[in-house]
Design a protein around this ligand. Structure first.
Ligand code: ADP
Ligand code: MG
Length: 679
């Protein structure tokens, strides 16, 4: 079998399962082999029921005590059964598995493995697997791969296909030159691919991952080197000499720009005047005031007769930019338009026409901006907001809408400067490292679940004072349906706990975009007091009267993500609060959470988190999916990034071409990081 072959060639994969694999983005043997486990399951010891705490995968051995109860809410059927061991009892619950009720036998001993969750104050064991004694003995202590799944496909099906593919494909062609491998102590590609799927032990797994992470960074660095070359000092067609309007606007704002904002704004003006194309990354912590910088730059472009576009990762954020821009720019005679996916066809058509004719000076939008029909008259400046949500590819796609426009990239991801210089190699980096004056730092606390009643009382007080509250529930790995149920349940429970006039709403990933938008808009318009949500609210939204955020099971989030979440509060004049609720109070969890509890500085948080976990500790929680690496994590793998970048820097065009000749997939791979043609 060849790496390029369709997965249909793998024994056991027929037409039906092929479609399921396709759904996971797997078409070829190589794609299957590069479909890495999301994490590994390590089977621990059997625990006494009385020692269970919430939010963990646990194994118990217990007897079925009562006849299981079957119930239904909406289209979700559940089976609940009480199990007892010498120390106490616990309820196990299975969703959409009605057959469990018939399968379980009263008085029988079972070994159950599942996740503990808190349901209205009681621990429940969710979707537990029943293991035979033999299975348990075989699996204990081994690393079990866990894959992202889609309905109809199981971990076993993937494992089986991978096993067959590994056996029948020649994996000896290693694209990485031997000297680089040796210098960096990397295992062969073959070894890495085998071990990432079926590690013998933790050490082997770490070595495999190190090699594959190195590959990702190495290819990325090669690709970036190519982009950098093409971007270096291109003469610009959009030389902007006038800046009276932004100057006037900056002077009329209700606040003074911070020194950091002023410095960045100076750099941007210089870039746009310089005669060369601007390629600048503006990095600033959440709430540091990046939007106004984008607005000033776009206004400057407009004053000089050029169009500008700002692309945001969500519709809500795009709309918010649109509204901010209209409010500040309309009085100056500058016309802003909005282009998002949820506009009707007729509305879109109108915006397209206004963009093409030049009637609109500025267009705020989502990735709808990069679609084929979107054409500009004279696009001089492109801004991408909350960059970490876009790959280099999308950034390039918008860029290519114009004729080499200036480019400004905004990011709130706290990346140490040394890494930013590598990751955003083709960009100049500016940093907004000062917060607006008068901003009260968010007050944090890290608490156990017994604090919940007090937290609810506190939320109530804040709502009475005219403020709003976010409650964040963690992702549920098992399925999106369960995640939705979690959030819906929680919302229901809060409605009962809070005074009847409290308006509680929920938001989760299963909702349609239009529904999500309308809830976010209602929250922004203060028609909702408490918003219970999964991390779908994470990005960029600005609701200054929201002063409290409570994060349930905060131990299940990465610290960088918690920091982004926290950025939703503390955006106005009032004192804001963030309550990090820990589902278990082990020393490890508490130490990690105390980092975020004790600091509001995103850079510090990221740095401490990295120190604490140490490189190679990949059983930790994955950080935000920066730049769409599959395995690599820029914080955790910072040392590999530096090494891979160094290795790539030695490569001239000729070497890359040689490499590409030997491995026809390589060029494609490198391109996939950038979307640009090179060499
Ligand atoms: P972010 O950097 O996270 O995108 P925003 O640009 O949304 O932050 O700004 C957050 C809030 O701070 C907004 O309400 C904005 O009007 C306000 N703001 C921005 N700059 C200043 C400043 N220099 N002084 C006071 N408030 C400011
Ligand atoms: Mg922002």
């Amino acid at each position: 079998m060849e790496l390029n072959d369709s997965i249909r060639n793998i024994k056991g994969i027929g037409g039906k399962s092929e479609k399921l694999f396709n759904k996971l983005g797997i078409y070829t043997v190589e794609e299957l082999l590069c479909f890495y486990p999301r994490e590994y399951d390590v089977f621990g010891k059997i625990e006494p029921v009385s020692s269970l705490t919430e939010g963990r995968m646990v194994i118990i051995e217990a007897v079925l005590k009562y006849v299981p109860k079957v119930s239904a809410s909406g289209n979700l059927k559940s089976v609940r059964a009480v199990f007892k061991d010498a120390s106490g009892s616990v309820t196990a619950v299975w969703f959409n598995m009605p057959f469990m009720a018939k399968m379980l036998r009263m008085g029988t001993h079972y070994i159950l493995r599942g996740r503990t969750v808190n349901r209205n104050g009681f621990l429940e064991l969710v979707q537990a697997k029943i293991l035979s004694r033999q299975e348990y003995a075989n699996l204990t202590g081994r690393l079990q791969p866990v894959y992202h799944l889609t309905a109809g496909i199981t971990v076993n099906a993937i494992s089986k296909a991978v096993r067959t593919a590994l056996k029948e494909t020649d994996l000896n062609g290693d694209f990485l030159p031997a000297d680089i491998r040796k210098e960096n102590n990397l295992v062969s590609w073959k070894k890495a691919v085998c071990a990432i799927h079926f590690p013998e032990g933790k050490e082997e797994c770490i070595q495999a991952r190190r090699r594959l992470v190195f590959d990702e960074f190495f290819l990325f660095a090669l690709a970036l080197g190519q982009v950098k070359k093409t971007k270096n000092k291109i003469p610009s067609k959009y030389i902007m000499s006038k800046n009276a309007m932004p100057l006037k606007l900056a002077g009329s704002l209700p606040y003074k720009l911070t020194t950091a904002q002023q410095a960045v704004w100076q750099e941007i003006q210089q870039d746009m005047r310089s005669g060369n194309v601007m390629n600048r990354l503006v990095q600033g912590d959440v709430g540091s005031g990046k939007t106004i910088i984008a607005l000033l730059a776009l206004l400057m472009a407009a004053e000089n007769g050029f169009q500008g576009a700002i692309m945001a990762p969500t519709e809500v954020l795009a709309l918010q930019h649109y509204e901010t821009f209209c409010a500040l720019l309309e009085p100056l005679g500058i016309k802003t338009g909005l282009l998002t996916g949820s506009l009707t066809a007729a509305q879109k058509k109108k915006v397209y026409a206004q963009m093409a004719s030049g009637e609109l000076d500025i267009i705020a939008g989502t990735h709808a901006l990069v679609q084929d029909k979107a054409e500009f008259k004279n696009l001089g400046l492109v801004v991408t907001d909350e960059q970490h949500r876009f790959g280099v590819k999308q950034r390039e796609a918008l860029y290519s809408k114009g004729n080499e426009p200036h480019m400004l990239v905004m990011s709130a991801t706290p990346i140490p400067r040394t890494l930013a210089i590598i990751l955003y190699g083709e960009l100049d980096v500016s940093v907004i490292d000062v917060m607006p004056e008068g901003r009260k730092p968010v007050k944090n606390c890290v608490v156990g679940t017994n604090y919940r009643p007090q937290a609810y009382k506190f939320m109530q007080q804040e709502i009475e004072a005219g403020h709003q509250v976010y409650v964040i529930c963690p992702m549920v790995d098992e399925s999106e349906n369960m995640e939705a149920e979690n959030v819906t349940d929680y919302t229901q429970m809060l409605r009962e706990k809070m005074p009847p006039e409290t308006r509680v709403a929920c938001l989760h990933g299963k909702m349609r975009p239009a529904q999500k938008n309308s809830i976010m808009e209602e929250f922004a318009a203060h028609k909702i007091d408490i918003l219970v949500s999964t991390t779908v609210i994470e990005v960029g939204i600005n609701v200054p009267s929201a002063t409290v955020m409570m994060v349930e099971n905060s131990e299940r989030f990465g610290l960088a993500q918690l920091h982004q979440l926290r950025g939703r509060v503390g955006r106005g004049d009032a004192q804001s609060y963030c309550i990090f609720m820990a589902g278990n109070n082990s020393k490890e969890v508490m130490d990690r959470l105390s980092i975020i509890g004790n600091s509001n500085d995103g850079f510090y948080v990221a740095e401490q988190d990295l120190k604490m976990r140490g490189p190679g500790d990949f059983f930790g929680i994955r950080q935000s999916g920066e730049l769409d690496f599959k395995l690599a994590d820029i914080y955790q793998d910072a040392d590999i990034l530096v090494a891979a970048n160094k290795a790539a820097a030695r490569f001239g065009d000729k070497d890359i071409m040689e490499l590409c000749k030997k491995h026809d997939k390589l060029k494609e791979k490198i391109m996939s990081y950038t979307g640009t043609i090179f060499l």
